[in-house]
Design a protein around this ligand. Structure first.
Ligand code: SF4
Length: 215
């Protein structure tokens, strides 16, 4: 990476981490997938019960593979052969896990998380339940503020996700959000996490990876 771009990114990440801390969340910066897994091993005890929210980032960064090793008691919603009821049970059990893994649709430099969810299980677990939530975010998820976060998600992440899921929505035709009323709409819950209460300080930990990951 160009040295000047590197300097710019570094400043941005430092500001984001400082503001996450002001909002009672932890922030870490790692350079690659190897450092990411080392950080996860530091934060999660062997034998702990863990689960995940839907995320391309977790697959791309090798986190899913790591969780599937026998190190943890992993409630794997993607396991082959699961019925709809099995998956529903995993969603519910996820609220009682030691650690819940997910990414975020956007992360602001002010230390806020912005997420859009269809079913709501992912944002529900982010808000309450698991003892710890580890968010893995590529550097591409950092935005200046909530306005940019919403624009990024509506006009980039959500249409791409709708396309990936083969949804019959206007955004899969035109490539941007038209706030549709489609039966296939994937955007039901718009959740901003501005802060954790003092009693939950450090429950949410954001690991920023110095790579482009997910949408
Ligand atoms: S609200 Fe509809 S059009 Fe907009 S991103 Fe979501 S699914 Fe696509």
């Amino acid at each position: 990476m160009d040295k000047n771009v590197e300097w710019y990114q570094q400043n941005r990440v430092e500001k984001t981490i400082q503001n996450l801390q002001k909002n009672n969340m932890e922030g870490y910066f790692v350079q690659d997938e190897k450092e990411l897994i080392e950080k996860i091993e530091e934060l999660v005890k062997d034998g702990d019960t863990v689960s995940v929210g839907g995320s391309m980032t977790l697959f791309e960064a090798g986190v899913m593979e790591h969780l599937r090793s026998s190190r943890y008691n992993f409630l794997d919603r993607y396991k082959e052969g699961l019925t709809k009821d099995d998956i529903k049970n995993i969603y519910r059990k996820s609220f009682c896990t030691d650690t819940y893994f997910m990414s975020t649709n956007a992360l602001t430099e002010n230390g806020e998380l912005f997420n859009i969810d269809g079913n709501g299980n992912r944002v529900a677990a982010l808000i309450y339940g698991p003892d710890q939530v580890i968010i893995v975010a590529g550097i591409n998820k950092i935005v200046a503020d909530l306005e940019e976060a919403e624009s990024r998600v509506k006009n980039c992440a959500a249409p791409i996700n709708a396309k990936r899921l083969n949804k019959n929505t206007p955004c899969t035709k035109v490539g941007y959000c038209v706030d549709c009323h489609s039966d296939d709409r994937i955007c039901s819950h718009y959740v901003v996490t501005r802060r954790q209460n003092l009693g939950n300080k450090g429950r949410i930990k954001v690991i920023i990876v110095n790579k482009e990951l997910g949408y």
